[in-house]
Design a protein around this ligand. Structure first.
Ligand SMILES: C[S@@+](CC[C@H](N)C(=O)[O-])C[C@H]1O[C@@H](n2cnc3c(N)ncnc32)[C@H](O)[C@@H]1O
Length: 263
């Protein structure tokens, strides 16, 4: 079996875990979401999520940026099938595959890689970098979350079952190389604590023309807080199209879209 097929099979077989993450609010995703919603520009029109899994973050981004088109891409056919059923809409589309410079014909002002960059083999990194370089807009941002090499070393030693088919160390040097290859600047690199101190890192890269001032982040935060208040009202009022606030609602949503036995 080719390595690509092994990777596809692995993630196809982990759909249940992805659904569980959506229902139970995975703390890794919640923390990454804070970084995305704080450091992405307030105005975004084209968004790409690489390694979107079942598409829940694409969906969330579509609420955060109500005028944006969102494209989610993933190597796992099953994830994309589920993502389409759960969250596909006129503004959210999903593409199965590996990102190369020819996969998509658009420019994106926000590109998100949430826990996926480390799953790209080192030998394929240049293909991804080339693709990102051709897809990022003049004022675009790339936002990544990934485990720190320290955390991967811990997993390799003590929780080897937690290691995925491809799990590469992402060092500061790797992020600097990504910035170089995509003509972006590293605007933020921070370690965060999800389950252990410094187990994950978040990086924000942006093109030199992108707006990047303390003020723009302050504006984002204020907008985010009022949007969150609005979201809560929307959740209560519109069960048909909610950002589902309760676990039971999310389970009901999955069952409605995928069938009673899906969760
Ligand atoms: C750890 S999961 C993260 C999913 C989601 N972004 C999240 O934060 O929960 C890694 C995802 O990357 C996808 N993936 C792995 N290798 C990939 C590749 N070479 N190209 C595109 N997607 C890939 C997997 O199918 C899986 O959905």
């Amino acid at each position: 079996m080719s390595d690509v097929q092994k990777v596809k099979n692995y993630y196809d077989e982990h759909i249940k875990g992805k659904l569980r993450g959506f229902v139970q609010e995975n703390p890794r995703i919640e923390r990454a979401w804070q970084t995305v919603s704080t450091f992405a520009p307030a105005e975004v029109t084209q968004i790409l999520e690489v390694g979107c899994g079942i598409g829940d973050t694409c969906w969330r981004m579509s609420f955060q940026w109500p005028r944006a088109n969102v494209v989610g891409l993933d190597i796992s056919p099953k994830s994309i099938e589920i993502a389409k059923k759960l969250f596909g809409s006129d503004r959210i589309s999903f593409v199965e595959g590996i990102l190369t410079k020819d996969t998509l014909q658009a420019k994106f002002d926000l590109i998100v890689l949430m826990d996926v960059y480390e799953h790209i083999a080192q030998s394929d990194r240049h293909v991804l970098h080339e693709a990102l370089a051709s897809l990022i807009s003049e004022k675009g941002h790339i936002i990544l979350s990934f485990p720190t090499p320290r955390h991967l070393a811990y997993l390799r030693e003590y929780v080897p079952g937690g290691i995925q088919p491809v799990d590469e160390d992402i060092t500061v040097e790797v992020i600097n190389q990504l910035a170089k290859d995509t003509s972006t600047e590293v605007k933020l690199y921070q370690e965060v604590a999800i389950w252990h101190p410094g187990d994950y890192a978040h990086a924000v890269l942006s093109r030199p023309d992108a707006k990047w001032t303390q003020e723009s982040y302050k504006e984002n935060n204020i907008a985010l807080r009022s949007q969150n208040r609005l979201e809560r009202v929307v959740r209560k009022l519109a069960f048909e199209n909610p950002i589902l606030s309760r676990k039971t609602q999310r389970i009901a949503f999955i069952r409605k879209k995928l069938g009673q036995h899906a969760y």
